[in-house]
Design a protein around this ligand. Sequence first.
Ligand SMILES: Nc1ncnc2c1ncn2[C@@H]1O[C@H](COP(=O)(O)OP(=O)(O)O)[C@@H](O)[C@H]1O
Ligand SMILES: [Mg+2]
Length: 383
Amino acid sequence: MGRILLAEETLEPSYVPPRLIRRETELKLLTQRYRETLAKGVPYHQLLTGGVGSGKTALAQRLGEDLARAGKVGSLPVLKLYINCWRRSNDRTILLQLLRGVGVSLPDRGYSLSEMLDVFEQGIRRAPRHVFVILDEVSALVRQETKLVYLLSRSPEVGLGSISLFLVAPEDVLPYLDAASRSSFGVTHRLHLRPYAAEDLAEILAYRAEIALRPGSVSPDVLDQIARVAGANGDARFALEVLTGAARAAETEGAREIGAEHVRAAKGSIYPTVTESRLEQLSDAGLWVLLALARTLGGRRSVATTDRVRETYRTLAEEHGVRPMSRVTFWRNVRELEREGLLHIDPPSGPGEGNRLSMDEMPASYLTTLLEGRVGGRRGRKT
Ligand SMILES: Nc1ncnc2c1ncn2[C@@H]1O[C@H](COP(=O)(O)OP(=O)(O)O)[C@@H](O)[C@H]1O
Ligand SMILES: [Mg+2]
């Protein structure tokens, strides 16, 4: 039978689709803000927040490419530089990537941050451009004491030419910045992407299927089914992973079309990747709370009271020699995890009882193994 995945690479996370379904308003607004401000020769900075799979990276990349492709703004063209700040990034590693982006390179060691910035400035000056810098997954970076965000956000004052920042994070990271950098992100320079509704996901899936799959290989009903499966979290990444998995399952079977059972099979087999990609985006505090919940639930229990989970948490913190967070912070993290769809909060079952926490998506034992590896790997960093 014929193939279904005719352009599988367009379903990869790194592919930036030409259009962003149901994010047209946001894209237009951002394009306009950048173009208007840059046209006056002034840089513009923006923070974009939203849950996993809400389209943050896609929106940032689309905006950058559109700005770069539209030609000169004022007297200068726009250069887009995309950097993912997740794994072990720091000011130096990011600056090295920025240097490469403007076509200069320096050996990894032996230069101070300010020397590197000088070279960056020379790189920009050699071919003057508005530099549009996307710092994706920027949470971990701003929690360390980054000087780079400060320097880049004050580019005109520090003599760096026109550099505009586009910060992307799951949550508001501005409180971690110093007052001066924060002030360059006025109240209007923040945008939060709401999770996609199932209807949005269905439309996104139809559009992406059109690009990636053989025409007629997936019916609207099946797309709706995938949208429902992923709708609980409004996560387009998960939706596309299910679509890819289902298409593969159908191909393997030699089916002409993707059917409902292919979707179910796909959904069942991709929890590990989804889970890991979500865990990567969690703060350390979130990881601890989730680990405490997984430990408390163990193999048998299906719900546990918040107090009980917090007790487990305190033991864990002691084991690992970290200072426990306060009750308020703990509860705030519980609520954030609920918003991310990683746990559920149920009201007390009776008078004098606390809220009850549960997690039905994956086995607690599996999550415990995964999280313990992750928390171990992150030790030594600030929480
Ligand atoms: N509005 C949209 N239209 C088409 N594809 C989208 C849209 N939003 C997200 N996607 C796709 O869904 C996946 C997840 O989006 P992504 O931008 O990586 O989410 P986030 O960075 O918020 O976790 C990517 O493959 C992206 O191309
Ligand atoms: Mg992203």
